[in-house]
Write a protein that binds this ligand. Sequence first.
Ligand code: HEC
Ligand code: HEC
Ligand code: HEC
Length: 278
Amino acid sequence: MSRIALAFVLLFFLPGVSRAGPETELALKLPPTSLAKWYKPANKRQVWLHTMFSLRREYQAVSEYILLEDAKRALKWAKRLDKHYRSIAEMVPGWRDELEIQLLEALLAALEKDKLDVAGEQARKLVKSCRSCHREYQAVVALMYRAPDFSKMTVEDSETLEEEAFDKVMERLTTLLNRVKIAFEDGRKAVARESLEALHRRLEDLAGGCEQCHRDDSASRLLFGKDYQRISAELAEGIAQADVAKTGGAMGELAVSVCARCHAIHRIQSDMRELITE
Ligand code: HEC
Ligand code: HEC
Ligand code: HEC
């Protein structure tokens, strides 16, 4: 099994004491590589994830029918649960040891004999084995195989018509945002205005790329909709009138409603994914 240790160095400061505490490490395990076959792009569907959805539904049905003392229906669902649970080791042989097949055998046997107490106990034990795998792997797998990958993304610059690497685009946005602030503070109105226009163009180029993954314009509208129009107008006015409060407020709003909103989902996932996959 492939394993790497990711070290996050966390510095703890005791309240009121200005002394750095011990360094702490967090180790994360990577899943067996054969898992990739059950996710896009290697597979047409997210097969692994859908197997998990089935397991949850089947487990729920078994538990509910045991409570309703309906052994026949519970058995029907337990058989499906058995099939999907076993398929884990067929899909990812490296995870065979994570399974507790004997619990399912005992569950099926108990239901066949109408022993609902025993069946209930086996089902509860089984769900603990689900949890132990989840604790180790679930978050890492979701990041590795389901978080969108921005590392190979490019954004077309509408002026030069060149494709620019995503991280370069991000650096450019920050540079422009800060240039507006610096120039405004120092009374260089023309530079502030030009930089603001350039910032708008780069943001519109970025918005044009959302639909590479999003099916419609809902993502780009969320960021560049009505709020954006209003903030942009306030910024232009603020700069023209040399109004410090208005300009400062609008810059802050822009950074939150455009940059931070997207970062809250995409940057955090992207940074975590990169940590894990590199
Ligand atoms: C050998 C490891 C392993 C075992 C055993 C396992 N799972 Fe999972 N499960 C995973 C991984 C990995 C994920 C993360 C998948 C993802 O997010 O793409 C997951 C995710 C899930 C999810 C979350 C889906 C969501 O909403 O995002 C459910 C529900 C689930 N498993 C149910 C079960 C049940 C019920 C069992 C036991 C009967 C079980 N799993 C056993 C590895 C396992
Ligand atoms: C590389 C593919 C990709 C690109 C490019 C992309 N997104 Fe997403 N985005 C996703 C996926 C997939 C989700 C679903 C949640 C997840 O797994 O991250 C998502 C979710 C979101 C969400 C959370 C709410 C929702 O609508 O689902 C926001 C907000 C969002 N994206 C904004 C944007 C904006 C704005 C852009 C363009 C500037 C963009 N995204 C470009 C793939 C992408
Ligand atoms: C698609 C939605 C999205 C929007 C909108 C967005 N960002 Fe980002 N940003 C990302 C993602 C994803 C990353 C991490 C990936 C990367 O750095 O290539 C990132 C990373 C960054 C970084 C770090 C770059 C690096 O190389 O580490 C900076 C700085 C940044 N963004 C600034 C901004 C600013 C400023 C704005 C608003 C004017 C903004 N971003 C708007 C998605 C977005």
